[in-house]
Each structure stands twice: as C-alpha cells, then as structure tokens.
Design a protein around this ligand. Structure first.
Ligand SMILES: [Zn+2]
Length: 350
C-alpha cells in the first residue's frame, strides 16, 4: 500500500565508514526514501533499503545498499512506514505479541501443558505401539549387547553350585512355556555386589538372576514368583517400551536444544540405564499382575512373591535396588495389590 502523505522518522545516520553518528531525518514519499542530515541529502527507492525486523524495544535499523545505516527509537513512525510499504508484517507480529504479554504467557502455558500431556500419555502410547512391532532380531541384539555391557561393568560369573542352577532352570522352563510360549527365554545366573539380591529381564527374554537373590530365597517358589514377575516384563515388552520412551525424551530434548548428536550417543547406554533405574510404576504393576495370575494358578496364592519382596526390602533397607525394589511403586503398595489379587475369585482375571 502506498500513501501520499509523507512519513517522517527521526533518528541517527551512520555513513558506514566511521562510527560517528549524526542526527538525521528519513522521509518516505510514495516509494522513495530521502535521507536528510547535516551536509548530506540523498534519495533512493525504498525497495533497495533493508529494514531489520523489530525485536522488543530495540532500536530499529535501516540498512542502505551503500553500507550506510539509519537507526531510530521512533517505533511508531517506523511501524507506520513499514505498514505503508507492506514490510515486516509477520516479523513484527513478535512485537505485537510482546505488547500483549498475557497472551504470550497463555501460549507458553498451553505449550507446557501440551508437552506434559505428550510426555504423560502420548509418549507411552507411541512407545507401546513401537515396541509391539519391534522385530525379534532387534530385541535379541539389545539383549546380547546389554548383557555384554553388564558383564563388563557390573556382573561376575555366578558362584552358585551347578546343581542349583540346573534345578532352577528346570523349574523356570514350564513357567516360561505356560505364560509366554512365543518367547525363547534364557535364564542366566550372575553374581554382582552392585546389584545385590536382584533379578531383571532384558527386552528379548534374557532374565538375569543374582546369586544373592537365590541365597536370600527360603524356597524355590519364591524364586519362581520373582521369575514370573520378570516374565511379565518381557510379555508386556517393558524393555523396548522404556527404551522408546527414553529415546523419545532424548529426541525431544535434542530437538529443543538443537543437540542432535546427544540423542544418538546416549542411545547405546539406554538399556543399561534401564537395568539400573528400573521400570515405571505402571510397568511394575503389570508385571506383578502377570506373576499373580501365574502364582495363583500354580500355588493358589501370591504369597511366594510377597514373601520374597518383603525379605528383599528388609535385606536392602536403604540401598536403592532397581526393578524388584524400585522406589515406585513402594513395596507396601505392591504387597497390598498382590493381597487384593488373592482375594479375587480364581480366574476372575483373564
Ligand atoms: Zn519389575
């Protein structure tokens, strides 16, 4: 849009050679801009002048093709001039927003809520979908890489007598077959002070049992209870889901910070951190539910797992133990849930 009334902007002129500034006046007549200051007067087509978009209260800058510049604090006049020549409309929207800070705060809050909602519900749903279609070969690779990493960093060969390991493996086989015939489970025995009495499942069905846990158990049923819980993690694909959820967060953070390399470099250590940090509250419940159904079918009670959890808690006290004793949900909450399962009529749950 062109206006016939000249628009005048007061400001400072810099000749582009020295840092000296002079009081100057810029005038727009139609599509021609004239610059007037002490000893200087020239005119040029306004389209050849670059007007930097306004940022907050910062001084507005006009750049001329010859390297000269004109700066002005008269935001109203500059905006009027821009409107007359149809310049910086979208960019100055930022300024409009700044002037309406409640709207900006509202937008930011909306964005924050959307992020929280995505993190809370969207990401787990996406992770679940991705985990369910992850090929077995990929999961198998994760298992072998993670176990190799754990063997280098945290675990030692098992000291248990071979006969004990054989007995437990023999007891585990029917459990795995009954709960999840589609997965080829592998029960491995390790010792490791850092992990104490513990057991954890890797995404493709490798279940690691520590010597301390075997020693802490009063009978094999308690170990079966723990193994049924771990099989629950495998059936529900908690390993892959957790990795996708963490990868999603990393991706999210790396997009926000522009640090894409971080996402790829940390990805390799994800399954290890899973072992160290345990699963989410919801995942622990799901695994306990799988164990409860199996234990009730097999022994008519969830007592073996409850007894083991209680003893693990006493044995570890202040030590943070992942998975079996992850801080959330607390052991008390899990025991209550298992007791509730015992009160349900048999086969009430599918
Ligand atoms: Zn668990």
């Amino acid at each position: 849009m062109t206006v016939d009334t000249p628009i005048t902007v007061q400001g400072l002129y810099f000749d582009g050679h020295s840092s000296r500034s002079r009081e100057a006046e810029l005038t727009l007549h139609g599509q021609v801009l004239s610059v007037q200051c002490e000893g200087i007067h020239f005119e040029l087509p306004v389209r050849s002048v670059h007007i930097e978009a306004g940022i907050g209260a910062m001084r507005r800058v006009f750049k001329f093709p010859g390297g000269q510049r004109f700066e002005s604090d008269d935001h109203t006049a500059v905006t009027q001039l821009e409107q007359a020549i149809g310049r910086n409309r979208g960019l100055n929207f930022v300024n409009t927003l700044e002037a309406r800070w409640p709207l900006v705060v509202g937008c930011l809050l909306g964005l924050l809520l959307a992020s929280v909602a995505f993190w809370q519900w969207g990401l787990p749903l996406a992770a679940r979908a991705a985990a369910s279609v992850t090929p077995r070969a990929m999961l198998a690779a994760l298992d072998s890489q993670t176990l190799a990493l754990l063997d280098r960093q945290l675990l030692e060969p098992s000291q248990l007598p071979a006969i004990t390991r054989q007995r437990l493996s023999a007891a585990f086989s029917p459990l795995a077959r009954e709960i999840d015939a589609d997965t080829r489970y592998q029960l491995v025995f390790r010792s490791g002070e850092a992990l104490g009495a513990n057991a954890f499942a890797l995404p493709n069905g490798t279940i690691v049992l520590t010597d301390d846990l075997v020693r802490l158990a009063r009978n094999d049923r308690e170990i079966i209870g723990v193994l049924a819980h771990e099989v629950g993690h495998v059936i529900e694909r908690h390993g892959a889901r957790s990795i996708y959820q963490s990868a999603g967060l990393l991706l999210f953070v790396s997009v926000l910070t522009g640090d894409v390399a971080a996402a790829s470099t940390v990805a390799g250590a994800l399954s290890l951190s899973l072992v160290q940090n345990g699963y989410s509250r919801g995942m622990e419940r799901e695994a306990d539910d799988v164990a409860a159904r199996y234990l009730r079918r097999k022994y008519g009670t969830t007592a073996p797992l409850r007894d083991m959890l209680s003893r693990l808690e006493r044995a570890h006290q202040d030590v943070k133990v992942p998975d079996l004793l992850s801080t959330h949900p607390g052991v008390d909450e899990r025991l209550r849930r298992l007791e509730d399962a015992d009160r349900q009529p048999q086969n009430a749950r599918p």
